[in-house]
Structure formats: structure tokens, C-alpha cells
Design a protein around this ligand. Structure first.
Ligand code: PLP
Length: 368
């Protein structure tokens, strides 16, 4: 099978499995237990915390382990009271936008331009109002188009405004360099399964000055900020995946970019193809495109029958025929948005697979 859906999830790296195994078998102790096995398990969590902290250039005290990106996003947004205004970009993941709509009483959507970049003038206007938001959330890289936002510029805008800035970096880590202090954000969400780690593991990274109001209250784990007996093997796996992502970042990113360029060169030999967010900085592994007059979900199923896995948009949006909210927010016409196919490449994909993909795609489109 040709797997081209790494923004949905990635396979576990063998080295990650190896690191996790002892904590699924011999070392089953509770990390809060004081005897030796408990201490061994605690120390494995400490190591993972160091590995994840290193990936985004922070201290270990700034990492709160969660059950993934969704929980990290929910936890970040719940740091402002329900009645305080919250502003999120129109292209955020549902764990940001649906959460804001349901949990917060006052939620504003920040518009994006045709390339999917946040309208900075709109943010600037928003924070100059007397009634400004308590928190702004803009993702670092989009899961569908791969478009990368200028978070540093946003942080600069908000610097003197006493507005918390959160970024969802779930799709960015392991693909581009991500430094929490360089981005000058207050909160950042991470997920393990997008970087060859296990599912159900992630982290919220926090500014040292913040004290977190927990959503899960109980045994005081994670500094009292996220209670519940730790999912030790998943945390250890996330740590190992983070270590590998940091060590191989340049290699993976160059490899994916070369494949993406090859892919896009091939796409451009097909008539009426639109590549979304093509004019702006994108993740090296991501291309979202549409062929005029073609239904994206139909094409996805046809590709599936040829053993090729791609996405027709966000995996989480299993849309029931609806156009992607990301593309709609970018002003893409409904028909074009419905034709969208996302290819997200990974470290183990090859030039031969890209070549095969283009050949199969052309054969399917000609048949149509
Ligand atoms: N944020 C973005 C941008 C995502 O793409 C995803 C997953 O698709 C998430 C958050 C949710 O992460 P998780 O699957 O770890 O809950």
C-alpha cells in the first residue's frame, strides 16, 4: 500500500515500539509508587519529559502530558473564563473551534486570506477594542493545506496587550523547526501520533509564568494540572518519537520537500489542477489540490481501490459530502473545495511511490 496520509496519523517508528515495550510488560508499576519499580517508571516519564521539552526548546517544568492534541487544545482554551471573549482563526481544528463555540459564551472567528493566512489587520483591530479577547488561538501549520502562519508577528502584535496567545503546533513538530521561546507564545499544543509516536499521547506546553486551571482533577499528577495515572508507555513512546524527530528533522524535512516538489511537478502536467496555499510557506510534506469538475471523495475511493491512501480533507471532518471548512474560509468555491485531495508525505515514502501515484491519478482522471 502507498500511504500518503501522514497528517492524519503516522505509523509507529520501530525504535518507539522498542522503547515502549518494557512499560507494557515488566515495568507496570504506578509512577506515583515510592518503591523501586514505581521510581523506575517515574524516571522513564522524566526522560520523556526531557525529550519532548528539547523538541520545542523549553524546560521540563513547562510540559503537561495529555491524552493528545485535542485535550491539549481544550485545556489551553479553558484557561480563560467562559465569559471572556476568545478569538480563534477560521481554519483551526475542531478541538479549537468547536470547543470555543460550545464552551465559551463569546467567540470570534479571525478571517484568513485566499492562501489561508490569518488577517493580521483583523487581529490588530480586535485587540485595540475596549472589549478585547482574553486569548487568541492560531495554529502554526494547517493540517489540510500545510500553510504556515507567522506566529512571531502575531505575538509581536499581542505583546503589550495582556492577551494570551495559543498555537496548535500538532502538525508542525517534526516537520519544521519549532521553538516555543522564539515564537513567544503562552501555550502550545503537541501530539505524538503525528511524529511516529503512539496515539492518545500529547502535551500542552506552557509559559513559565502561567498557573494552569485543570480540567481533570484528582490525584495531583502533572503538577496538579492534569490528574490521572499517567499513560506511561504512551508517554515514553512520545518522548522517544520527539527525540527522533529532533535528531532527524533536517533529513525528514528535506526528503519530504523533494517528494512534494516531484509530486507537484506531476500534478501540474494534469489539466485544471489547483494547488491550495501554493503562494505561501507550507509544510514540506503537504499538498492539497483539486481537479476541476472531480469529486474529491469519489477520487479518494478510486485511489483506495488502487491501494493508495490519501485524504479528501481533514480526517477528523469525515464530512458527509460537505466542503472543507478550511477551504471555505479561504474563499475557495464550493465545487472546487469538494474536489480537494490532501497528500501528506512521510519519512518512509519514496520517489517511486510518488511516480506511481501520478500514473494512477492520471489513469483515473482520463477514465472519467
Ligand atoms: N490539531 C490539529 C491541527 C490536528 O491536525 C489534530 C489531529 O488531526 C489535532 C489537533 C488533534 O490531535 P489528536 O489526534 O492527538 O487529539
Amino acid at each position: 500500500m502507498i500511504y500518503f496520509d501522514h497528517n492524519a496519523t503516522t505509523p509507529l517508528d520501530e525504535r518507539v515500539v522498542e522503547a515502549m515495550l518494557p512499560y507494557l510488560t515488566a515495568f507496570y508499576g504506578n509512577p506515583s509508587s515510592l518503591y523501586r519499580m514505581g521510581r523506575v517508571v517515574r524516571s522513564a516519564i522524566d526522560t520523556a519529559r526531557e525529550q519532548v521539552a528539547a523538541l520545542v526548546d523549553v524546560q521540563t517544568s513547562q510540559i503537561i502530558f495529555t491524552s493528545g492534541g485535542t485535550e491539549a487544545n481544550n485545556l489551553a482554551l479553558s484557561q480563560v473564563q467562559k465569559d471572556v471573549l476568545i478569538a480563534t482563526s477560521a481554519i483551526e481544528h475542531p478541538s479549537i473551534n468547536d470547543f470555543s463555540n460550545q464552551w465559551h459564551n463569546r467567540h470570534i472567528s479571525i478571517p484568513v486570506d485566499n492562501n489561508g493566512l490569518v488577517n493580521m489587520a483583523a487581529v490588530s483591530e480586535l485587540v485595540q477594542q475596549a472589549n478585547k479577547p482574553g486569548l487568541v488561538s492560531v495554529m502554526l501549520a494547517n493540517n489540510e493545506t500545510g500553510a504556515i502562519q507567522n506566529i512571531e508577528e502575531l505575538a509581536d502584535l499581542l505583546k503589550s496587550e495582556q492577551v494570551l496567545l495559543h498555537t496548535d503546533a500538532v502538525q508542525a513538530i517534526g516537520k519544521i523547526p519549532v521553538s516555543f521561546p522564539k515564537l513567544s507564545v503562552d501555550l502550545m499544543s503537541l501530539s505524538s501520533h503525528k511524529i511516529y509516536g503512539p496515539k492518545g499521547s500529547g502535551a500542552l506546553v506552557i509559559n513559565k509564568k502561567l498557573a494552569i486551571t485543570p480540567q481533570l482533577i484528582g490525584g495531583g499528577q502533572e503538577n496538579g494540572w492534569r490528574a490521572g495515572t499517567e499513560n506511561v508507555a504512551a508517554i515514553v513512546g512520545f518522548g522517544k518519537a520527539a527525540e527522533l524527530a529532533l535528531a532527524d528533522l533536517a533529513l525528514r524535512s528535506e526528503h519530504c520537500l523533494n517528494l512534494r516538489l516531484q509530486l507537484e511537478e506531476g500534478l501540474k502536467t494534469i489539466a485544471n489542477v489547483t494547488i491550495f496555499s501554493e503562494q505561501v510557506d507550507r509544510l514540506p510534506n503537504t499538498t492539497q489540490f483539486s481537479v476541476q469538475g472531480i469529486d474529491g471523495e469519489m477520487l479518494l475511493m478510486q485511489l483506495d481501490r488502487k491501494n493508495i491512501a490519501v485524504s479528501s480533507g481533514s480526517a477528523c471532518a469525515s464530512s458527509g459530502g460537505k466542503a472543507s471548512t478550511v477551504l471555505t474560509a479561504m474563499g475557495v468555491a464550493n465545487q472546487t473545495a469538494k474536489g480537494a485531495i490532501r497528500v501528506s508525505l512521510g519519512k518512509d515514502n519514496t520517489a517511486e511511490e510518488v511516480k506511481q501515484f501520478i500514473t494512477v491519478l492520471k489513469s483515473l482522471l482520463i477514465k472519467d
